[in-house]
Ligand binder design. Structure first.
Ligand code: MF3
Ligand code: CO
Length: 253
């Protein structure tokens, strides 16, 4: 069952998602050579709690941190560590919060210092793919239209879409129905209706699409060691089209 939110609930989701966006912008501005992902995690938790919210991931199925920080060939669910970021790295910052009973969830991938042009292209194409997916959000459309648009854009640029992880409905729970694959045929799955709230999150690899999970039980990495990027927005379906609730106040990257 897909839970549709009332206008009052959407307002509350705008608050939790707005907080996620604000904290991600703050973290992205901190990213630099020498900064560790554990430093970013500490800043994230402090800002989330200062706003009267709770980290959504910490304790979720035993996940140990506020932030998922996935570096280079790490695809998603990287656990913050003491290792300093270095120029040429890329890092995906993925964070969720719970505020006033509703969850927010978003992710952005940023370059550390100077990165190669093809790496900049990977980041740009992944963010564009998210935008193409979001542009399919309309009352009466179908869930699979989103993933189809994402896959088409990614593959047109010679990159690949991860199959093992998907986007999701979100609301009073972090993960609600429906699942939102980042690939597939259009015109399949449930129809989009007013009040649905969706976390759309393409994961894009520079090399082959397959991934594996490390022995820590969380960190997903590309099997071929190629770089991977991840962008996520939480979006409400409205009569007027998509309402992106995690727009960052300041541009990143
Ligand atoms: N954005 C991811 C998701 O929605 C991150 C979840 S991390 C976890 O699934 F720790 F909460 F699992
Ligand atoms: Co998510």
């Amino acid at each position: 069952m897909i839970v549709c939110k009332s206008p009052a609930e959407i307002e509350r989701m705008r608050a939790s998602n707005g907080l996620v966006a604000q904290v991600l912008a703050e973290l992205a501005a901190m990213v630099a050579p020498g900064v560790s992902t554990l430093d970013l995690d500490a800043a994230a938790e402090k800002s989330v709690r200062a706003a009267g919210a709770e980290p959504a991931f910490k304790g979720y199925r035993g996940y140990p941190a506020t932030l998922c920080a996935s570096v280079n060939d790490q695809v998603v669910h990287g656990i913050p560590s003491k290792r300093p970021l270095a120029s040429g790295d890329i890092v995906s910052l993925d964070m969720g919060v719970k505020l006033n009973g509703f969850y927010g969830d978003s992710a952005v991938t940023v370059a550390v210092g100077q990165v190669a042009d093809e790496v900049k292209t990977l980041l740009r194409v992944t963010e564009e793919a998210l935008e193409k997916g979001i542009s399919q959000v309309r009352v009466g459309g179908r869930i699979s239209d989103i993933g189809h648009a994402i896959q088409k854009h990614v593959e047109a640029h010679g990159f690949t879409v991860v199959r093992e992880f998907v986007g999701h409905g979100i609301g009073a729970a972090l993960h609600e129905e429906p699942q939102i694959a980042n690939y597939g045929e259009p015109g399949r799955g449930p129809r989009l209706a007013e009040g649905m709230t969706l976390a759309i999150e393409p994961m894009v690899n520079m090399g082959k699409p397959s991934v594996k999970v490390l022995a820590d039980g969380w960190t997903a990495v590309t099997r071929d060691g190629s770089l991977s990027a991840h962008f996520e927005h939480t979006v409400a379906v409205t009569k007027n089209g998509p309402l992106v609730m995690t727009l960052r106040p300041t541009p990143v990257g």
